[in-house]
Design a protein around this ligand. Sequence first.
Ligand SMILES: NC(=O)c1ccc[n+]([C@@H]2O[C@H](COP(=O)([O-])OP(=O)(O)OC[C@H]3O[C@@H](n4cnc5c(N)ncnc54)[C@H](OP(=O)(O)O)[C@@H]3O)[C@@H](O)[C@H]2O)c1
Length: 336
Amino acid sequence: MVKARKIVLARDFQGEPRAEDFRVEEEDLPPVKDGQILAEAVYFSVDPFQRGNRAAHKVGDTMVAAQVARIVESRAAGFPVGRHVVGYWGWRDRTVADVGPNAEFPIHMSPPMLAPDLGDLPVSLSLGVLGMPGISGYFPLLDVLKPKAGEVVVVSGAAGAVGSIVGQIALIKGCTVIGFAGSDAKVKWLKDDLDFHHAFNYKTTDVSTALKQAAPDGVDVYFDNVGGDMSTKIISNMRYRGRIASIGGISQYNESEIQKLVTLPFSFLANQLRLEGCAYSRWHDRWDEGISQLMQWVREGKLKYRETVTDGFHNAPKAFIGMLRGENFGKAVVKL
Ligand SMILES: NC(=O)c1ccc[n+]([C@@H]2O[C@H](COP(=O)([O-])OP(=O)(O)OC[C@H]3O[C@@H](n4cnc5c(N)ncnc54)[C@H](OP(=O)(O)O)[C@@H]3O)[C@@H](O)[C@H]2O)c1
């Protein structure tokens, strides 16, 4: 009998998650049936939605998460032993799962899919720049916001998995790019290594003052990863017919009372701005198109990636808590 270890939610999160909110359990796995695979996790993903999506948490459930895993046994066509697969199976080290048309997966997330063939690139990138966060940056920016060369693009959460990709794609498109992130070291990385035109530490700099200095004529495009007060300030500094994509609201995820949108700043109406919510699942049918363009940019050195890798199954909660506190540069993953 094959055994699996899994990290389950031991109690509801109260504010910031803590180590005591999790416990490890073991279970026996069933034999692999037709249409199924047995996969061994190689990397766990650590993502804000694990905190933000409150409906996904039930005490006793395996912590919801994506993972990239190696197929060790297969009775499913198209999923050969030895290939890597990305699945939303949670923080568990072994999984027997349906793949293909019968696969079950959490609402708003992706079905299990083979990881792209990354050649010499690390397989963990299929959880980052060449996976869900890459798609979450690529399509909302290029399909919804459509930045033009010369326009000013602002990205919040700029040094994170999605934000660092978005800023660099906007640079590839010839835009002036301004990033906001939560430490001086992140600001330095954005400016020195990723070539952002401007970057600011939102914890020590007034956002409106920074924008008046860096974008005196206003902001054309805002890629909003964080919500809350910072976003209100950025939206108040936009130009006529500016465009905003709401991707996430991490500034609110640990709050018990989520800030209500009372009213948009008057400038929203005066400047006739457009705001659109964007979930990556909208672009499932264009996944390969997005990944192949992102991979080309990575190989050409136009798109740099960075990962914050935590070692060890048991350290997944620590990596998750650290990511919510802003300890990650680029994509946070756990190596098993
Ligand atoms: N719509 C979609 O399909 C989709 C897909 C993926 C992600 N998302 C959303 O996109 C956002 C970024 O996700 P990600 O995976 O790229 O995560 P990430 O940026 O790699 O990691 C989260 C970052 O959020 C920042 N943060 C934490 N508390 C904050 C606060 N109070 N105010 C501002 N920033 C704060 C921290 O960076 P600092 O040091 O800069 O504070 C932290 O490193 C999240 O809101 C996530 O929910 C949405």
